[in-house]
Design a protein around this ligand. Structure first.
Ligand code: ADP
Length: 496
């Protein structure tokens, strides 16, 4: 078994890994940049080492420095978290060459799935359904137009090295092709240093449904069911849940079997996610494999009871996943990503000191966060403050709990996406489970919040605004409190 793990990450995911290690009796080594000297992950780990200035290129992306710290601290393995170096095959190789264990898949699998064109090709050859399209690098717009004609407009131009929704362009007609190719290629070049682009059918109003898998070094691969991640902004997930409201047990096994086939075809090991697009006719297509722990992994943990980080560590140490034979699924779980962003101002990042910070609690609530009162949201990193999750025996109970938990959450000093989540939790279409990746664009055009006239929702918002206003010692704006609400400042004062 592993004795000491270095965590090459920061924020909530570093804290998450420390927690798993502590429960397993494994020592932890944190690394930190100049911006993170007093960060929570630094305080929680057994040891912490400074690795460089705030910009991630000089700290959390500095492979040599991180491996050097791992060696000096006597760690026997490195957990990369997500983001930063998590999907960098050179890092995984360097870790192995240093005689350490990389807690993730082999560099070859990371490389294969990191190249979307190569992954499509491998999947096609293995009989995994992929979105109709082509696997070659697009060089001329003439060739691209010809393929697009064959598969039918609209089509999507994507970057082979894509990630984070970058380098994608929708093309509705042949005359848009040349311009779209040019901009997609330029964006791919600047974001990934790789300007290869390809083309696939643009699926109309799909749902994003992904399957969590675990694969050990003994040839065993299992799936842990799906997560629906259709609530997205600019192709980035905002809310995730499991089970998907549209997936029944038959579909779950079908998708699970395809995910296992995809993992086996790519020689995958450790925890991973196979992403699918699910179209309006109930067909699903392979989109990509994320070769790491996903941000939204706790959704699966809440309904299966499996600790995915512990599973990752055990697999990396050579254990068989037969330790996970008793998987059962119970109830429903939802995750809201709480960002320091202003939903009233087109989700502009809200940087600065978090003055008030109190997390919600009570039955069925989980908060994964790296924040604390007095902590900073830094301009250098992703402004994710926390992942708020709720579990309920049914989806509607999980939603009601989420509304309650969102209203309990107290954050001041920075703007957050909490009001946006409250709006979605009260949205009729969301409640019905009528989802697609266009949900936010359709329901909140121009990024504006149009709250439904729902008394309990308004009350939740009123509580939230009241607390914030009270904390900041400002006068309460009448507009933020529902007329029907009987909450006043004095009641709030004694209550909180
Ligand atoms: P990235 O790796 O940049 O996140 P993905 O391939 O995972 O890119 O796609 C991200 C999101 O973009 C998907 O969840 C979906 O909303 C949208 N998308 C990607 N490919 C298609 C497609 N062919 N048709 C429709 N939407 C797509």
């Amino acid at each position: 078994m592993l004795k000491k793990i270095l965590i090459a990450n920061r924020g909530e995911i570093a804290v998450r890994v420390v927690r798993a290690c502590r429960e397993m009796g494994i020592k932890t080594v944190a690394v930190y940049s100049a911006a993170d000297r007093v960060a929570l992950h630094v305080r929680m780990a057994d040891e912490a080492y400074f690795i460089g200035p705030a910009p991630s290129t000089e700290s959390y992306l500095n492979i040599e420095r991180i491996i050097d710290v791992a060696r000096k601290s006597g760690a026997d393995a490195i957990h990369p978290g997500y983001g930063f170096l998590a999907e960098n095959p050179e890092f995984a190789s360097a870790v192995q060459q240093a005689g350490l264990i990389f807690i993730g898949p082999a560099p070859e699998a990371i490389r294969l799935f990191g190249d979307k064109m190569a992954a499509r090709e491998r999947m096609l050859a293995s009989g995994v359904p992929v979105v109709p399209g082509m696997e070659q690098n697009l060089t001329s717009d003439e060739a691209a137009r010809k393929i697009a004609d064959e598969i039918g407009f609209p089509v999507l131009i994507k970057a082979a090295a894509g990630g984070g929704g970058k380098g994608m362009r929708i093309v509705h007609s042949p005359d848009e092709m040349a311009e779209a190719m040019k901009t997609a290629r330029a964006e791919a070049k600047s974001a990934f240093g790789d300007d290869r682009i390809y083309l696939e059918k643009y699926i109309a109003r799909p749902r994003h449904i992904e399957v969590q898998i675990l694969a050990d070094h003994h040839g065993n691969v299992m799936h842990l069911g799906e997560r629906e991640c259709s609530i997205q902004r600019r192709h980035q997930k905002v809310i995730e849940e499991s089970p998907s409201p549209i997936v029944d047990s038959v579909m779950r096994e079908r998708m699970g079997a395809v995910a296992i086939k995809a993992a086996k075809a790519g020689g995958y090991t450790n925890a991973g996610t196979v992403e699918f697009l699910y179209d309006q006719d109930g067909r699903f297509y392979f989109l990509e494999v994320n070769t790491r722990l996903q941000v939204e992994h706790p959704v699966t943990e809440l309904i299966t009871g499996v600790d995915l980080v512990k599973a990752q560590i055990k697999i990396a140490a050579g254990e068989s996943i037969q330790f996970q034979t008793d998987i059962s699924r119970r109830g429903a779980a939802i995750e809201c990503r709480i960002y320091a962003e202003d939903p009233e101002n087109n989700f502009f990042p809200s940087i600065g000191k978090v003055q008030t910070y109190r997390e919600p609690g009570g039955p069925g609530v989980r908060v994964d966060s790296g924040m604390y009162e007095g902590g900073e949201v830094s301009i250098y990193y992703d402004p994710l403050i926390a992942k708020l999750l709720t579990w309920g025996p049914t989806r509607i109970e999980a939603i009601n709990r989420m509304r309650r938990a969102l209203a309990e959450y107290r954050i001041s000093g920075v703007k957050t996406t909490i009001p946006f989540h409250i709006a979605i939790m009260g949205n009729e279409r969301f409640i019905k489970g009528d989802l697609s990746t266009h949900f936010i664009a359709e329901e909140y055009p121009n990024g504006r919040l149009n709250f439904v006239e729902d008394e309990s929702l308004m009350q939740a918002l009123a509580i939230f605004s009241c607390v914030i206003d009270y904390q900041e010692n400002r006068k309460i704006q009448p507009a933020t409190i529902s007329k029907k609400s009987n909450l006043n400042r004095w009641k709030m004062q004694s209550r909180w």
